[in-house]
Design a protein around this ligand. Structure first.
Ligand code: DAH
Length: 347
């Protein structure tokens, strides 16, 4: 901030001239207030100059000098007020001069989009809801008991090798490697009959670039009296047709899972070539989508169900894969890159 002139060196009239010039030239309200503070008011340069002149004047002239000084201070106040008003007028004039075309259409917000995996999950939930399946969920951080042991995979069971597990340090907790532990939680919480589907996020340590360490599965479980393998196949066939269209067929191939007996691999007729053979199905006409089987009595033992009275089936498959097949997405990585060009295609 420039220093105010030394009051004693200048006479009051010259000081008032300078102050008025500076007030009139101030371009902003803040600059104006600074100039005013420097010259005007009880602390300002003019007041100090007037006081000095009074002190220096002979006794009989002090009163006259004081009156001249007061008049000078009032002029400064007047000049300040006037400039303040004119700055306000200038701002208003500028605002009014700004042209606004009120006929232009407004800017619309672009709506968000559901992820294709969410679309697929909801479609799956809807189809099973129509068959009377209710929704069940479980935690993503699981215990060894729910994820492995109660599913007939005791410590050192070779099947644990198939599922590269993320363990939480210094505990028996882990990130669930499949949605099957929700079967256990459901059966521990309720008596038969049971009819649930359990969609959810699962985790596996995969270093293959075409696999994601986090992906989605849906588990199905039905337990009642006299449930058969034919019921399992009927439910899977109904689902496949509702999800992919009436021409779809299902194939169950003998396989092994520790928690089902018998166990099966669940294949769909290729949704791209309808079984004729193409790149996606590697010319086999079939696409592998999940596992299924009849609940092993060993699992029932862990949840205290009577395996003489009850039987049940279970199945599990990947939601990501279902979404890719349904929406013809060729690379799983596209699902996890958050690219708007992909997401915007799924309103
Ligand atoms: N949990 C198995 C996996 O993630 C899939 C599975 C197979 C689930 C057979 C089942 C089943 O319910 O009966 O590889």
């Amino acid at each position: 901030m420039p220093q105010a002139p030394e009051p004693e060196k200048l006479d009051v009239v010259a000081l008032v001239d300078t102050a008025e010039r500076e007030l009139a030239a101030a371009a902003t309200e803040q600059a104006l207030r600074e100039v005013h503070a420097r010259y005007g008011g009880r602390e300002g340069a003019i007041k100090r100059a007037v006081q000095a002149a009074i002190n220096a004047a002979p006794k009989d002239r002090k009163r006259e000098v004081g009156q001249v000084g007061n008049a000078a201070l009032q002029r400064i106040e007047g000049a300040f007020e006037a400039r303040l008003r004119s700055l306000g007028d200038e701002a208003r004039t500028r605002d009014l001069a700004r042209t606004v075309d009120v006929t232009l259409p407004g800017r619309s917000h672009r709506p968000g989009h559901l992820h294709p995996i969410t679309h697929a999950r909801r479609a799956i939930e809807r189809i099973f809801a129509q068959l009377g399946f209710t929704l069940a969920t479980g935690p993503q951080v699981e215990t060894d008991f729910h994820n492995f042991e109660a599913l007939a995979m005791p410590p050192d069971h070779p099947a644990r090798d198939m599922q590269d597990t993320f363990y939480l340090a210094n505990s028996d907790l882990l990130l669930r490697t499949h949605t099957s532990p929700v079967q256990i939680r459901t059966m521990l919480a309720q008596r038969p009959p049971v009819r649930v589907i359990c969609p959810g996020t699962v985790y596996r340590r995969d270093d293959d670039p075409t696999h994601s360490p986090m992906f989605h599965q849906v588990e199905g479980l039905l337990v009642d009296e006299q449930v058969t393998f034919a019921d399992l196949k009927g439910v899977l066939l109904h689902f496949a047709r509702a999800f992919f269209g009436p021409a779809t067929t299902v194939r169950l191939r003998p396989s092994f899972f520790p928690f089902t007996e018998p166990s099966a691999e669940f294949d769909l007729s290729c949704v791209f070539c309808a079984g004729a053979g193409c790149r996606t199905c590697k010319n086999t006409g079939w696409i592998e989508v999940g596992g299924a089987g009849m609940v092993d009595p060993e699992v029932f033992r862990h949840v205290d169900y009577d395996s003489e009275r009850y039987t049940g089936f279970a199945f599990g498959f990947g939601i990501d894969r279902m979404a890719m097949l349904k929406y013809r997405i060729s690379d799983i990585r596209l699902l996890y890159e958050g690219d708007h060009r992909l997401l915007e295609q799924f309103p």
